[in-house]
Design a protein around this ligand. Structure first.
Ligand code: HDD
Length: 697
């Protein structure tokens, strides 16, 4: 038996279906089949016969191939990997997987969008799910989080209302994968507890560049419990090593058509290429005695603990290094549940969390067709399972012996866990109160942290938020809903409300916003740039006949050495002939791609006065679009003329040696110098250049 991380893999392998290459086609019963192209019929042109068991079995199975998609988070992509702690967390929790840095715990992570169905596009404006199943030695622990640290509602009893409002409208099932419609904003305008999460939804966090480049949050305040039984409040944070990066809204929309699988493919390709995504797990710890030390309630899932107040302490890292082998078997059938906890991790009385602890198990029963879904390979713990649960649909185990407790006939087995202290013990929190249906007074401030978020943004982030509100509310037909939402925004920030109002044809409200003026710089994407590397960034190099291939090769190699993925795009696939007459291989034909699928573009030159790509409309559109989306644009030699033709208002272009101005890096000198590469790499590492005129949101 290998390490725990291998153990999950060994377990998966034991479930592999027989190798199809090992023998001929058979029926489900193992009977060999020599002909699967024609059904059994009475005569050459006659009717199909009932007797054709192979036909019936094949069709019947096909007719039953689908299961209900998830009511939310239907669209997702997943991967396996491992988690390892940096050091023992024994001071705060007895959870076994957080004790020993030499022990890797296998994980399965599923990322998702929330609103759209299983077949919707990836780059919609939405929350992203970030659910992690840790297959620990003490049983499965699920951290079912999102890429926002706050949720839209405070009590799970509102979840059906919120989801009904955000989902496609009931009469026409529109819109798909979008929140820009009347029912969501009607709900938002009437339910101000949504406002903080709505600020996140209108920010660039809602259009991540990649699942590999987004944060994850456990959202709720959970509880760590150590071996002495001492509890500590804890909030979980996942921080991506590559930094947090987002798309531009205009780009995200185009991407939905150009490549609806943009995020899913990105995750898959990175893992296949051995570029394993990595996150650091951090915790914010609050001693129990400080429960009331904040100006919000720790049990309120619409609030963050600002990192400046309680720093995030890194405790471990997670690496995803293996793609699933079968999407349905693994990514579709994985069943997360907030109630899956291990000793040392416990709940709080957060009413959203309490509701979730009911809902997830309930939903798996319908979605996966009965109580035995824990036997599905992706859901199986690596810890031993000994229960008295029996029978039910899809039971695949042959249980032996007794199935009740206490028993004597089965030797009393399985016995209660005992003195060795590995059993889960619920934290002995004292609870005392009358039965009431009432929101706690401490949950009543819905505006301060929405304002905190808005005020913590960089100028460009605020501009994007305003543009997003204008876009979303601009698609709402009911003017009363638009106006009521703006009135709510006015309680967050008067200027925000006024700017939104000016774009959507409703009166500017008189109210001037909350008096809460604090900021949390940690919330801005400016502070989340990551390690500054350009690893896995997709760089397009536009080539055509006459290109200076030697120059392209030199830059390409230099960028690849930094870990970037460089592709040569040309009007047609195949090869182009370089200026020196040599053939240069093309990676993709321009008509099959678009600038929204790349992080940066390079326009090389040719030896003559005319830049080679200047004649190609697809290439010009490519460069213009990259420029307008604030992406790094590089040009060499006569390629600089292509940029000049774009008329980049106020941006300085090279007249000789290298010039780098707001992400536009140009060099008219004959050879690609290392200085050009250095500047271009720095421009790519900065991701986007918002100070460039004009950037389209
Ligand atoms: Fe949920 C799925 C995250 C509140 C009920 N939720 C689901 C998934 C994620 C989250 C990531 C997809 C898991 C997967 O990939 O299979 N949900 C959250 C977060 C919440 C949250 C971070 C707030 C902090 N959810 C929430 C509430 C309820 C639910 C309040 C109900 C009371 N969520 C569900 C569900 C889903 C689900 C209906 C749909 C499919 C599933 O569970 O397996 O039970």
């Amino acid at each position: 038996m290998g390490s725990p991380a291998d153990r999950k893999q060994e377990q998966r392998e034991s479930f592999h279906a027989d190798d199809p290459a090992a023998g001929p086609l058979t029926t489900d019963q193992g009977v060999e089949v020599d002909h699967t192209d024609d059904s059994l019929a009475a005569g050459e042109r006659g009717p199909t016969l009932m007797e054709d068991f192979h036909f019936r079995e094949k069709l019947t199975h096909f007719d039953h191939e689908r299961i209900p998609e998830r009511v939310v988070h239907a669209r997702g992509a997943g991967a396996y990997g491992y988690f390892e702690p940096y050091e023992s967390c024994a001071e705060f929790t007895r959870a076994a997987f957080l004790q020993d840095p030499s022990v890797r715990t296998p994980v399965f992570v599923r990322f998702s969008t929330v609103q759209g169905p299983k077949g919707s596009a990836d780059t919609v404006r939405d929350v992203r799910g970030f659910a992690t199943k840790f297959y620990t030695s003490e049983g499965n622990y699920d951290l079912v989080g999102n890429n926002f640290p706050v949720f839209f509602i405070q009590d799970g009893i509102k979840f059906p209302d919120f989801v009904h409002a955000v989902k496609p409208e009931p009469h026409n099932d529109i819109p798909t994968g979008a929140s820009a419609h009347d029912t969501l904003w009607d709900f938002v305008s009437l339910q101000p507890e949504t406002l903080h999460a709505i600020m996140w939804l209108m920010s660039d966090r809602a259009i991540p560049r990649s699942y590999r480049m987004m944060q994850g949050f456990g959202v709720h305040t959970f509880r760590f419990v150590n071996a002495e039984g001492r509890g500590t409040f804890v909030k979980f944070h996942w921080k991506p090593k590559l930094g947090v990066h987002s798309l531009v809204w205009d780009e995200a929309q185009e991407c939905q058509g150009r490549n609806p699988d943009f995020n899913r493919g990105d995750l898959w390709n990175a893992i296949e290429a051995g570029e394993y995504p990595e996150w650091e797990l951090g915790v914010q710890l609050v001693p129990e005695e400080d429960e009331f030390a904040f100006d919000f309630d720790l049990l309120d899932a619409t609030k963050i603990i600002p990192e400046e107040q309680v720093p995030v302490r890194p405790i471990g890292r997670m690496v995803l290094d293996r793609n699933p082998e079968n999407f349905f078997a693994e990514t579709e059938q994985v069943a997360f549940h907030t109630g899956n906890v291990v000793p040392g991790i416990d709940f709080t009385n957060d009413p959203l969390l309490q509701a979730r602890n009911f809902s997830y198990l309930d939903t798996q029963l319908i979605r996966l067709g009965g109580p035995n879904f824990t036997q599905i390979p992706v859901n199986r713990p690596i810890a031993p399972v000994r229960t008295n649960q029996r029978d039910g649909y899809h039971q695949s185990a042959i249980h032996r012996g007794t199935n009740y407790f206490p028993n004597s006939l089965g030797g009393g087995c399985p016995a209660h866990a005992g003195a060795d202290g590995n059993a889960y013990t619920h934290y002995a929190e004292r609870v005392d109160g009358a039965k009431i249906r009432k929101r706690s007074e401490s949950f009543k401030d819905h505006y301060s942290q929405a304002a905190l978020f808005f005020h913590s943004m960089a100028d460009w982030e605020r501009e994007h938020i305003v543009a997003a509100f204008r876009f979303e509310l601009g698609k709402v037909d009911a003017m009363t809903v638009r106006a009521r939402t703006v009135e709510q925004l006015a309680k967050v920030d008067g200027e925000l409300a006024a700017e939104v109002a000016r774009g959507i044809g409703v009166p500017e409200p008189a109210e001037q916003g909350t008096s809460y003026k604090q900021e949390s710089p940690a919330l801005s994407l400016e502070s989340l740039r990551g390690d500054g590397s350009i690893r896995t960034r997709q760089i397009a190099v536009l080539v055509t006949d006459g290109v200076d291939a030697e120059q392209v090769t030199a830059v390409r190699e230099a960028l690849a050495a930094e870990g970037a993925v460089v592709e040569a795009l040309a009007p047609a696939d195949g090869t182009v002939s370089g200026a020196d007459g040599e053939l240069y291989t093309v990676d993709r034909a321009l008509p099959t791609v678009a600038s929204v699928l790349y992080d940066a573009v390079l326009v090389p030159g040719g030896p003559t006065g005319t830049p080679p790509v200047a004649e190609d409309p697809d290439a010009l559109r490519f460069v213009r679009s990259a420029y307008l989306h604030g992406k790094p644009v590089g040009a060499l030699g006569s390629g600089v003329d292509v940029l000049a033709a774009l008329d980049p208002e106020g941006v300085t272009l090279s007249a000789g040696s290298v010039v780098a101005d707001r992400g536009v890096v140009t060099d008219r000198s004959e050879r690609a110098a290392s200085e050009f590469v250095r500047e271009f790499v720095a421009a790519i590492a900065a991701h986007r250049h918002w100070d460039r005129p004009p950037v389209r949101h």
